[in-house]
Design a protein. Structure first.
Length: 161
């Protein structure tokens, strides 16, 4: 969600939306985008207008922050340091971030919203990243020793390193 924001005076700034209406911006700050993988992207200088329920992310700003965009299979993959953070898929003429959880076969697409994401802090993939991309065999050992409860080993297919 939106953190470290500064509130604006009423009417100080507006955003124009698709139907030509103006929506008042109430604050500017950093938006923490929590992804289903457990990764988080900090989007700086975000304009918050409570009446707008879908956000727009600047591809050029992501590029400035070290992200690489790759078009493949009718989607845009956004990654940094050889780790895919998210995919954007076309829907109604624009690309939307696919926040669905491929491990549970949920295929719906959600737009960025003001709701806080629930993270699986026991995810095998998350621990794989936290421990420097350790092998699947070492994750299985952590599970065998009951140090890690997660059993989602299929998630390793997401890591490109």
């Amino acid at each position: 969600g939106l953190r470290a924001s500064r509130k604006l005076k009423p009417g100080a700034l507006s955003l124009y939306v698709g139907n030509g209406q103006r929506e008042a911006v109430e604050a500017i700050g950093a938006f923490y985008l929590c992804l289903s993988s457990g990764l988080e992207i900090v989007l700086n200088n975000c304009h918050y207008a409570p009446s707008i329920t879908r956000g727009v992310i600047s591809v050029s700003r992501l590029y400035e922050d070290g992200f690489v965009n790759r078009c493949a299979d009718n989607a845009i993959q956004v990654y940094r340091n050889n780790v895919v953070y998210f995919c954007a898929i076309p829907r109604d003429g624009i690309f939307e971030i696919d926040l669905s959880n491929s491990l549970t076969n949920e295929s719906s697409v959600y737009a960025v919203s003001n709701k806080r994401a629930k993270l699986d802090l026991d995810s095998a993939l998350l621990w794989h990243w936290r421990l420097g991309h350790i092998s699947k065999k070492r994750i299985e050992k952590l599970q065998h020793d009951v140090l890690l409860n997660s059993s989602d080993l299929r998630a390793f297919e997401k890591c490109v390193s």
